[in-house]
Design a binder for this molecule. Structure first.
Ligand SMILES: NC(=O)c1ccc[n+]([C@@H]2O[C@H](COP(=O)([O-])OP(=O)(O)OC[C@H]3O[C@@H](n4cnc5c(N)ncnc54)[C@H](O)[C@@H]3O)[C@@H](O)[C@H]2O)c1
Length: 248
C-alpha cells in the first residue's frame, strides 16, 4: 500500500525548524497541504519558499489561546495534526526556577492541550483524524540528567496522548506519541556549541544512542508520516521510541 496524502491537510506546530520542518517537507512531497504553525516568522517564510503553494503559514504562539483562536479560525478542515513545537531547557530540580518550570510546562504541554482541543472540533465534525505528538525519551521513558522540567512536560504528553486515544478512538480519531532520542536540529546544535567543551559534548550526545550517532530529523519524519497515514489504521494510544537505542 502506498501512502496517500493527496488532498490531505496536515497542521504541524513547530513547523519552521528541526523535526517539524522535516515532517512538513516530507508530507508536502507526499501531496499534503501543510498548515505550518510556528512563532518563528523568519523561518516560516523560508519554509514557504521551499514548499511554495503546498503550505499555509500561521505565525502563532501556541501558548496563547487568543492567538490560536484568532489565527486558525479560517481553517475549516484538517486530516491530521502533529504537535511538535517545544523547547529543551536544561537543569535539575534545585536550579529550576518557578519561571523556568512555568515556561516549560506552558510551551511543551499546555500548548498541546490548546492546539489539540482547537482542532478536535474539526476532527469530530467528520469523525476522522490522526494526531501525532512529539514527546522525548527524556520523559516517563528514561531519567536523563539535567532535564528536570523538560522530562516532566514530556511525560505529560505521553499521558495526554493515551487519554485522548481512550476518549476519541471510537470516534475515528487516533492519537499516538513519538519519543525521539537525540536529533540533529538547530536547537540541539546550539546546545552543543554553547556547552563548555563543544567537541566533547558532541561525542557525549552521540554515545547516548547505542547506534553511536544522533538522528537526522528526516528519520523522525518517516515515523510521523506512518502514524498520520491510513497504513497505521489500527494504531492508537501507542508510544514509539525512536532513539537509536538510547532507552535500552
Ligand atoms: N532535537 C532533539 O534532540 C529532540 C529530542 C527529543 C524530542 N525533541 C522534541 O522535538 C520537538 C522539536 O524539536 P527540535 O529539536 O526540532 O526543535 P527546534 O527548536 O529545531 O524546533 C522547534 C520549533 O518549535 C517552535 N516553537 C517553540 N515554542 C513555540 C511556541 N510557543 N509556539 C509556536 N512555535 C513554537 C520554534 O520556533 C521552532 O521552530 C520538540 O518538542 C522537542 O522537545 C527533540
Amino acid at each position: 500500500m502506498k501512502y496517500s496524502f493527496n488532498k490531505k491537510i496536515i497542521a504541524i506546530t513547530g513547523a519552521a525548524n528541526g523535526i517539524g520542518r522535516a515532517a512538513s517537507i516530507l508530507l508536502a512531497k507526499e501531496g499534503a497541504t501543510i498548515i505550518a504553525i510556528d512563532k518563528d516568522k523568519k523561518s516560516l517564510n523560508k519554509l514557504q519558499t521551499k514548499l511554495k503553494k503546498n503550505c499555509v503559514l500561521k505565525n502563532i504562539n501556541c501558548t496563547d489561546i487568543d492567538d490560536i483562536n484568532k489565527n486558525l479560525k479560517n481553517i475549516k478542515n484538517i486530516d491530521g495534526l502533529v504537535n511538535c513545537a517545544g523547547i529543551v531547557p536544561q537543569g535539575d530540580l534545585m536550579n529550576c526556577s518557578i519561571q523556568d518550570w512555568d515556561e516549560t510546562i506552558k510551551t511543551n504541554l499546555t500548548s498541546v492541550f490548546f492546539v489539540t482541543q482547537y482542532f478536535m472540533k474539526l476532527f469530530l465534525k467528520k469523525n476522522k483524524g490522526t494526531i501525532v505528538n512529539i514527546s522525548s525519551v527524556a520523559s516517563s521513558i528514561k531519567g536523563v540528567k539535567r532535564r528536570f522540567a523538560y522530562s516532566a512536560s514530556k511525560a505529560g504528553i505521553i499521558g495526554l496522548t493515551k487519554s485522548i486515544a481512550a476518549d476519541y478512538s471510537k470516534k475515528g480519531i487516533r492519537c499516538n506519541v513519538i519519543c525521539p532520542g537525540t536529533v540533529d536540529t538547530p536547537t540541539w546544535r546550539k546546545r552543543v556549541l554553547t556547552s563548555n567543551n563543544p567537541s566533547q559534548a558532541r561525542k557525549d550526545f552521540n554515545s547516548r544512542q547505542i547506534i553511536g550517532r544522533v538522528a537526522k530529523p528526516e528519520e523522525i519524519s518517516d515515523l510521523i508520516l506512518f502514524l498520520l497515514s491510513d497504513r497505521s489504521s489500527f494504531v492508537t494510544g501507542s508510544v514509539y521510541n525512536i532513539d537509536g537505542g538510547m532507552s535500552l
